[in-house]
Design a protein. Sequence first.
Length: 316
Amino acid sequence: MSTHPLRIFSGSAHPDLAAEVASILGLHVGKSTTRHLPDSEVHVMIDEVVRDQDIFLIQPCSVPVNDNLVEVLLFLDAFRRASVHSVSLVIPYFPYARQDRMARGREAISARVVADLLESQGAARVIYIDIHNRATQGFFKIPVDPLTALPLLAEYFRRPTFANAAIVSPDVGRAGMAGRYAERLNLPLVIMQKRRDSFSKVETTHVVGGINGHRPIIVDDLVAGGSVLKQLDALYSRGAEGKAYFAVTHAVLLPSALETIAQDERIEKLVTTNTIPLPPEKCHPKIEALSVAPMLADIISRIHQGVSISEKLILA
């Protein structure tokens, strides 16, 4: 167990999540100030003594991604200069996670660039939830805790209403995650195969598994522009019944996705988490967010006490 005091700090991206985590741990969020200067530069300041303390900084890097990422980097520098014992980054939504490989020649592997930046600025460890590609963990030389919201989201569907449901993977890459949902809920598994023609255009080419007569529960790590929301035609043309549910960890929700959710009567609900804040313009009766704060508080406590967290990891 660490002899260094545990402290929770928050960037400006999601202070409500940090406050909830701190409250569960019986702590207060540390005092700091982030300012966006007139020339668009970011300025951060630690407003209290943090010498020789174990800091956990909570900051999802959602929109505006670059501002939030730079804020994290500046916090790391400020903490290091304030002589903290360690800084662990809790980044529920990891930036540039989908740019994790070279799909074409002369592309940047942006997720690796982010990993290098965090390490070079002195992060002691990184904690994230349901990253797009598990292999991203290998970009780091420091400890990484790849958490999953799967138990939280799966529990939502453990009720008689979903007795005739089927878990649907929107593509082959999500088949492993969907398989764990299906196993946990004892439901059949359906896998869709899609072809991505561009960043915004996706076509479903095959559906493997029996969806006929089943209510679809489509699972994914995130929904941004809403391509996953537009794959329903392939399911209902093959006999899917009842309104569809989506279980998605990160609700990026660009305007096109919000429009689809509001207008498509086949969509009953998008069940998500609060890894990303949902501002008023993204709130909708069809969107329900579950809190990851209890899970994060438990993980932070275990790490600080030196207790194993292996059963909490995405690979468990």
